[in-house]
Design a protein around this ligand. Structure first.
Ligand code: ATP
Ligand code: MG
Length: 632
């Protein structure tokens, strides 16, 4: 853990941290002034634990701040450079985007959508997705985007929960060269629904669809729509959207975000973490169906008037070089992706990225899971050629934006592979023990947050009680994140995995991330997941699941011994797994996160719970088989 990389950009600004520490409320008040408000707030924070309202009395609009404010200086600047999976491309300037958004806002109004109404959006990664979101924001409707890989059943649950009267979908979407028939899935999801009044259907693939009385074609509605629509002046805490979490630890939760606080958080973190400049070409690979897509594809880059790449399809389609191809073609300067994608690229081998010109890159980001130090170093060396800082950003759907991250746009500090470094200014993070007491440095505990922050969610949609119970009841005066972490002597945070997944062996606590990173650092291993199963003597014993690199020819017996020795040497005998299973894939959510609870249930022969967000259901049988065969 002691290895450091002295690489950073920007100027060190200790003043800003001092200000933030002395008075976080007025600090955020200052940051909020970077946005355009219709009327200023009278109270910066109204904190009635656990409910926070930021910038009370202020009125603002998210669509206005992402579009209208750029029309004087940047109307011809590309906002979104879109690339379809099949190679199509489109460029939308800030002026194009504003026109489309205003027209679509008028379409929504013509269908009787008013302030506070919920609108479900089930679209592929095409520009009409941010257009629809921003149109909702313009008139104060609450968007609820559903990732386009979800089934009819999952959509039905979400529509019923949010009571959306409008659904926006497409005739289809491309994924790995195939057409996913989104409209058919919506037809199935709403077939008995008396909630949904209208369905708007974008023609993306010209795939044949059947139309019912509720259905309207996007182009028909847009054809005569007026291209001007004033942005509603909304209360700062007016809800902007509902978004369901990834479901890694259980049933997805309907997170509700507000407007003024959320936008303030995004404006600041995007500038600090990515040091955004007018000349940058930003590319975040997240699907807009997840919070990273909401915050750092749609809202943050557009707030800054940045140019960004939006890509429709699979990252390894039509071949394993697709991402590097996009980076080279558009001269991307800032690239933001996930550890799960990086582990996949790494598995494909270095020759592929090495054959592309990636010299435009200047910053590399990661989010979603702890990044294994081995993967961090690969990203740094092979993709960044040793010159781009790695911006490891820790945050959650609930937090709205980054809370822990290197901030080259603000200060230069050494990086440590696998650590997100410090918390952002104005946020107070502690590592606490079972009793809610902060632990000394280098001690593992639960990541908890002391004061509200502007991007903090308002509540869980329609369920204040659950909001209180899940996040605010475990420890007095703390937001409970559900993550396990430690803070080192330099105050750097290390995320060690999910608190629910912590391994407790003979009284010792081991974070899943530590053990998995050790296994992944073996050069034949592509990915790993560990879980605990009950044991009469030790309380719990460890089971490890390992996915090997493509080209491994070494015998599994030998590999198993090498891995066990490595774990004993790097972590200690206490962390030695009782079983190592070699599997072809790991169970992951559709957002790419490893679902360890599922491995645990399979290994324990238990019911597998809510797996509606599982990406590939065949994985269950696959893993079952390797356990039954006592494979290794
Ligand atoms: P659910 O809450 O439904 O179980 P989820 O927690 O996976 O789903 P998200 O909000 O998408 O839903 O993910 C947030 C979680 O992702 C964090 O709590 C953390 O466990 C993990 N995470 C995100 N970024 C990082 C990071 N940089 N380092 C370590 N872990 C991260
Ligand atoms: Mg979570």
């Amino acid at each position: 853990m002691s290895e450091t990389y002295d690489i950073g950009l920007g100027n060190y600004d200790s003043e800003i941290r001092k200000k933030a520490d002395s008075d976080f409320v007025s600090f955020w008040g200052e940051q909020a002034k970077n946005l355009t408000w219709f009327s200023s707030w009278t109270k910066t924070l109204d904190w009635k634990p656990p409910f926070a309202k930021w910038f009370v009395g202020g009125t603002i609009n998210a669509s206005y701040n992402t579009l209208d404010v750029h029309q004087n200086s940047k109307s011809d600047k590309p906002a979104i450079i879109w690339e379809g999976e099949n190679g199509d491309s489109r460029i939308l300037t800030y002026s194009d985007l504003l026109i489309q958004v205003q027209k679509f806002a008028n379409v929504l109004k013509s269908l009787n959508v008013t302030k506070g109404d919920r609108v479900t959006i089930y679209l592929p990664m095409v520009p009409e997705l941010p257009i629809a979101m921003l149109a909702c924001a313009r008139i104060g409707a609450i968007h609820t985007v559903i990732f386009s890989g979800f089934s009819a059943m999952s959509i039905k649950d979400r529509i019923n929960d949010s009571k959306s009267k409008i659904v926006i979908t497409a005739d289809g979407g491309y994924r790995r060269g195939k057409i996913i028939k989104l409209k058919e899935i919506i037809d199935e999801a709403i077939k008995d629904s008396d909630i949904v009044e209208h369905v708007i259907v974008l023609e993306r693939t010209k795939n044949k669809i059947s139309m019912s009385a509720k259905d309207n074609l996007w182009t028909d509605l847009m054809k005569d729509a007026f291209d001007s629509c004033d942005a509603e002046k909304l209360e700062s805490s007016h809800p902007l959207y509902i978004l369901y979490t990834s479901g890694t630890t259980g049933k997805p939760k309907g997170v509700l975000h507000g407007t003024g606080g959320y936008l303030t958080h995004l404006h600041s973190t995007f500038k600090w973490a990515f040091d955004i400049k007018d000349s940058d070409v930003f590319f975040c690979t997240a699907d807009i169906g997840w919070v990273t897509g909401h915050s750092y594809v749609v809202y943050a880059p557009l707030l800054h008037g940045a140019t960004e790449i939006m890509y429709e399809g699979a990252p390894d389609y039509p071949d394993q070089s697709r991402m590097w191809n996009i980076l080279q073609k558009y001269k991307v300067t800032i690239f933001y992706t996930t550890p799960t994608a990086l582990r996949m690229f790494m598995k494909f081998g270095d020759d592929i990225p090495n054959s592309f010109d990636l010299s435009s890159l200047r910053l590399l980001g990661t989010v979603g899971e702890p990044i294994n130090p081995e993967v961090w170093k690969w990203y740094f060396k092979i993709i960044g050629k040793g010159k781009c800082p790695i911006i490891d950003t820790w945050w959650q759907t609930e937090t709205g934006g980054m809370l822990i991250s290197p901030l080259p746009g603000l200060e230069t500090i050494p990086l440590k592979p696998g650590s997100g470094t410090l918390s952002i200014p104005g946020v107070n993070i502690d590592i606490i023990d079972e009793n809610g007491t902060p632990v000394p440095s280098n001690t593992k505990g639960y990541l908890a947050i002391k004061n509200p922050w502007p991007g903090m969610f308002l509540t869980l949609w329609g369920d204040d009680e659950k909001y209180k119970n899940v996040y605010w009841s475990k420890y007095a005066n703390y937001y409970y994140s559900g993550d396990y972490a430690l803070k080192d002597d330099d105050g750097y945070f290390w995320l060690l995995g999910r608190a629910d997944d912590v391994l407790k062996v003979a009284g010792h606590r081991i974070g899943t991330a530590e053990l998995e990173s050790c296994i992944v650092s073996h050069n034949h291993v592509a990915e790993s997941a560990v879980c605990g199963i009950p044991d009469d003597v030790k309380g719990e014993v460890i089971v490890a699941f390992v996915v090997l690199n493509h080209k491994v020819t070494v015998g599994l017996d030998i590999l198993k011994h090498e891995l066990l020795n490595k774990i004993r040497k790097d972590i200690g005998a206490i962390a030695t797994p009782k079983q190592i299973y070699f599997v072809s894939k790991l169970p992951k959510t559709r957002s790419g996160k490893i679902m360890r609870r599922l491995l645990k249930s399979i290994a324990n022969n238990e019911q597998i719970g809510d797996v509606s967000t599982l990406e590939d259901s065949t994985v269950v049988a696959d893993i079952q088989k390797s356990i039954d065969n006592k494979h290794y």
